[in-house]
Design a protein around this ligand. Structure first.
Ligand SMILES: [Zn+2]
Length: 491
């Protein structure tokens, strides 16, 4: 169960230039494939701090049980999988690692889940299973606790009374969900009936919208009240609509990126884009980085291709994303990946080719995959890649406070209109503080978070309004430019 994760450096010799291009095709929220700096063996150990280290007879004897650790206590969660309110797939992320950050950041009603935690069997009779979590935990952050309490009192409680919304913050996205699904089926029908560059672009937009407004919130467990429907829409919106494995996504995005946002050693989204894209001053510089502000947008369209290769390699060969072992993976999840891939290829390629012939389909298909990838990468990269959002630029206080860390490594942009069109991902600060709630609550949270940032002297990064995407994109290119400079000449 706990075999060693193949470190990305170990496979480096067999990688190719193309492989690096594929890995680097995304510098934002959802980097996919294996990569690591060949020059720095410390890179790419994301999630290792929270994973099982040593084998022992006692641990071997317990390997058939699913265990997790929260705040230094090991729990047996084998029998809890089916009754976990958030669903078995989200609970699986906690298996075999210290899940303190996942647990505290994805449950807004801490006292309720604490009561449930007390009912789980404790594992005290074996030696230490897990290394201690080195990263700050959410509930140790005074500002996070304060914001969380205000969100509960000022948003969730009134909505529960007036609209009957869940006190957990989950669900209530029916309208948003229906719009995404309707747009997808409309654009898919157009694409199949009349394949062209234009219908390829429209289907690509539907893929982008599904990736943000459907799969992202569902795979975080916030789209619907029902965990069954979250799992279904998470799979459909990702595996079927955009051809990206939701299984792989949950480990790399939720375990690695969300827990350790922008950390050079733990957040895959920073180190897997290297060596092609340099997003941190601690990464070695090469001559071609000079041109990264120009070539980066041309790499974004390759995300789709990278996902196809990366998912297969991660799931079937390494059983891990870089640094994050799939310790809780189940045969059902793997079967859903395979079935989703067959479904996806059938509707986007096989059926259209059967109806119209390859000559008429290849160009619309390429446009679909590239255009959706381009928009996804663009809207994700601006969220965490601006000057001032790198951890080494933070104060000692921020580096030791999970809430401050999440706020200062993220940037929000736009308004409610853009929230509808981006599944709330434009409210990235709000999303990183409360990843498990419905995305249409983020606009309501923003004033509270901004106010507390002013009170606490925390930098709230972002640009409001309909055209907020323009200045934040400009600022992102300025950051790419800054990272493109030769450090030996700028010192
Ligand atoms: Zn997320």
């Amino acid at each position: 169960m706990h075999k060693k994760v193949a470190h990305p450096n170990e496979i480096h010799n067999t990688t190719t230039i193309l492989w690096h291009i594929l890995q680097a095709c995304k510098g934002g929220d959802d980097v996919i494939a294996h990569s690591c700096s060949p020059h720095n063996p410390e890179m790419g150990k994301g999630g290792n701090a929270s994973m099982v280290k040593n084998r022992s007879p006692a641990r071997e004897a317990n390997r058939c049980r699913k265990v997790t650790q929260i705040r230094g206590q090991v729990y047996d969660i084998t029998d809890f999988a089916e009754s976990h309110p958030g669903g078995a797939q989200l609970l699986a992320l906690a298996v075999g690692r210290d899940a303190t950050i996942l647990f505290e950041s994805h449950h807004i009603r801490t006292e309720i889940v604490d009561r449930v935690l007390k009912t789980l069997p404790k594992v005290d009779d074996i030696d230490k299973l897990f290394p201690d979590e080195e990263f700050p935990a959410p509930l140790d952050s005074p500002v996070y606790r304060k914001i969380q309490q205000r969100v509960r009192d000022e948003i969730l409680a009134p909505l529960e009374r007036t609209k009957g919304r869940a006190a957990t913050g989950r669900g209530g996205c029916l309208l948003d969900m229906a719009a995404v699904v309707a747009f997808f089926f409309t654009s898919l029908s157009l694409y199949i009936a009349c394949p062209s560059i234009m219908t390829g672009i429209i289907l690509g937009l539907a893929g982008y919208w599904s990736g943000t407004g459907l799969q992202h919130t569902a795979n975080h467990g916030g789209l619907c009240r029902s965990s069954y429907w979250n799992q279904f829409w998470g799979w459909f919106g990702s595996d079927v609509v955009i051809g990206k494995s939701s299984l792989e996504w949950r480990y790399h995005h939720t375990v690695s990126h969300h827990s350790y946002c922008n950390d050079i050693n733990r957040d895959q989204d920073v180190y897997t884009s290297f060596p092609l894209i340099r997003l941190d001053e601690t990464q070695p510089w090469s001559w071609y980085h000079t041109f990264q502000p120009i070539y980066t947008p041309f790499i974004w369209p390759l995300l789709y291709l990278a996902a196809q290769i990366g998912d297969f390699v991660n799931i079937f060969i390494y059983k891990a994303s870089p640094g994050v072992e799939y310790t809780g993976i189940t045969p059902i999840e793997v079967a859903l990946y395979v079935f989703g891939k067959i479904f996806h290829v059938s509707i986007t390629l096989a059926i259209p080719v059967y109806l119209h012939g390859w000559a008429k389909i290849w160009a619309p298909f390429v446009v679909y995959s590239c255009f959706g990838s381009f928009v996804l990468c663009w809207f994700f990269i601006v969220s965490h890649n601006l000057d001032g959002l790198r951890p080494h630029q933070f104060s000692h206080t921020t580096r030791n406070d999970w809430g401050r860390w999440q706020i200062e490594t993220s940037a929000s942009w736009g308004n409610v209109f853009w929230s509808f069109l981006s599944g709330g991902l434009n409210y990235q600060i709000e999303h990183h503080l409360f990843p498990g709630v419905a995305h249409n609550l983020y606009p309501l949270m923003q004033p509270i978070i901004k106010q507390e940032c002013v009170n606490e002297g925390i930098q709230y990064n972002g640009f409001d309004g309909y055209f907020g995407i323009v200045p934040i994109t400009f600022k992102m290119f300025c950051f790419l430019k800054k990272m493109s400079l030769n450090p030996s000449k700028t010192k």
